[in-house]
Design a protein around this ligand. Structure first.
Ligand code: NAD
Ligand code: ZN
Length: 458
């Protein structure tokens, strides 16, 4: 079973009428990959050459694309998975995504079409029933829409009540080490433990908040862990817990699997997705870490109901950031899917993933200038304000949602932190800004950036 589409083709399978051809170009665009409808021209081919010749043609054509090296997105014909050769190749090289459709919906969609297998309703329904178990046997995941497809490709399972299914959602069957801070362990730990059942091997409590992200805490966990290579670290908590536990998993025994179960808004739209893990050093935030993609990210939006108001606001700032980048309003699932797609496109942060830093150059500078006595979300809200101003955009989306107010901070320290954070090209500073067609990384004159930073400080 493939856990995600990192470095693998995405193969869309499903019955005729599932919507594979519609979803294909959209998913390919979101993932920044070529998309090919392998089934294109099938109806005409069958009319001209018959079904037997078509199956042979389909086999060769499908294997040709699946054997290609550059990861792509492919829509397979409805009957392609009847060939064992194709099933084997899917298991080897693809993340196979079943686009689920009921027999009723499928029939409604294709009854008027010219498809040769959709001429007679009873036969159509019989074929749907026959194929269904085959699709489920080859599928690594199931989706019904674009955001669901993107999330599945990133290994993200997003569902109300998902926490209660944690036992089955943690891949494999090895033991689990559960990591959480005392607050989260107290509120959601019992349900997580119950859901893990026999697989729960050990419990590990870590400090709440940023103090969790320290090498000393990581070292304690490394000493406590008794997992072998088949074990899994499960991190239940906010971004500090998942950053720490993910890093602990990345280095323990040179890497064991981990599962992120985010319990904050920051975690559910941002920190628990995409595999950036790490700890802080006295010299600065996130200076030691690893890219270690979680074997699964389990998002249960109901877990946010117990969040204190202050933490809720932190998540809102990252949510507004994501909406500005996407250029449209998003629900929680849509925001998670936006981040997931950027991370799949650019897992190692060399290109478009950097857009997620919108507002963060200013935010990190303010946090340093305020001696880290400034919640990240408030700093991000101010940073977004500066980014909108420098982009020549209306600031209303940030002002209305987040109402950022200038904060007390040491201007010179903040400025020095900003200069350390960002490479300068000559007298210009590179920033993520919003251009006419979406996010861009652009140089801005240092004095303009300094003035923008100063305007955020009271
Ligand atoms: N890895 C990434 O890509 C990435 C992205 C964004 C942010 N981050 C990191 O995330 C961290 C911030 O994460 P955070 O904002 O989630 O903070 P956090 O992990 O410190 O959690 C905030 C507080 O909320 C409490 N809490 C968590 N879930 C709760 C719940 N459901 N009910 C009640 N209380 C709950 C925690 O005990 C904690 O005190 C920062 O260190 C940041 O660098 C990482
Ligand atoms: Zn942030």
């Amino acid at each position: 079973m493939a856990l995600n589409a990192l470095g693998r083709h995405v193969a869309l399978v499903g019955f005729m009428g599932a919507g594979k051809s519609t979803l294909l170009p959209q998913l390919a665009e979101r993932l920044g990959r070529p998309g090919v409808d392998i089934d294109e021209g099938a109806t005409q081919f069958i009319a001209e050459h018959g079904m037997d010749a078509f199956r042979m043609h389909e086999l060769q054509r499908t294997l040709f694309f699946l054997e290609g090296r550059e990861p792509g997105v492919f829509a397979l014909g409805g009957g392609a998975v009847t060939a064992p050769e194709i099933r084997d190749e899917l298991a080897r090289s693809a993340f196979t995504l079943l686009l689920d459709v009921s027999a009723d919906d499928a029939w409604e969609r294709v009854r008027e079409s010219d498809r040769p297998l959709a001429r007679e309703e009873d036969a159509f329904r019989l074929l749907h029933a026959e194929r269904d178990h085959l699709y489920r046997a080859v599928a690594d995941a199931t989706a019904t829409d674009l955001d669901g497809a993107v999330l599945a490709c990133a290994g993200v399972h997003y569902a109300l009540g998902a926490l209660d299914r944690l036992g089955e959602l943690v891949p494999g069957d090895g033991p689990v080490a559960l990591v959480a801070d005392a607050t989260v362990m107290g509120i959601h730990g019992p349900r997580a433990q119950q859901a893990l059942g026999d697989r729960l091997g050990s419990l590990h409590e870590v400090p709440a908040g940023e103090p969790a992200k320290q090498l000393a805490v990581a070292q304690r966990l490394w000493s406590e862990l008794r997992l072998d290579r088949g074990g899994t670290v499960v991190a239940l908590g906010g971004g500090t817990t998942t950053d720490l536990a993910g890093y602990v998993a990345a280095a323990y025994l040179r890497g064991v699997a981990w599962v992120a179960v985010p319990t904050t808004g920051v975690g559910q739209v941002d920190a628990a997705i995409g595999g950036k893990t790490g700890v802080d050093l006295p010299e600065g935030k996130n200076l030691v870490g690893a890219f270690h993609w979680p074997a699964r990210t389990v998002i249960d939006p109901a877990l946010l109901e117990t969040l204190p108001e202050r933490e809720r606001r932190q998540g809102l700032a990252e949510h507004v950031k994501t909406e500005l980048l996407a250029g449209r309003s998003l629900d929680g699932r849509g925001a998670a899917a936006y981040k997931a797609a950027l991370c799949l496109r650019d897992p190692h942060d060399r290109g478009p993933r950097q857009w997620l830093n919108l507002g963060h150059t200013f935010a990190h500078a303010l946090e340093t200038g305020a001696d880290f006595d400034l919640p990240h979300g408030e700093a991000v809200a101010l940073g977004l304000l500066a980014a909108l101003r420098l982009s020549g955009r209306d600031t209303a989306p940030v002002v209305d949602a987040l109402d950022p107010q200038p904060v007390a901070a040491d201007r010179e320290r903040a400025w020095q932190a900003l200069l350390r954070d960002k490479k300068r090209t000559g007298d210009a500073i590179n920033l993520v800004l919003l251009g006419a067609d979406g996010p861009v990384v652009e140089p801005r004159p240092a004095d303009e950036v300094r003035a923008a930073l100063d305007s955020l400080i009271s």
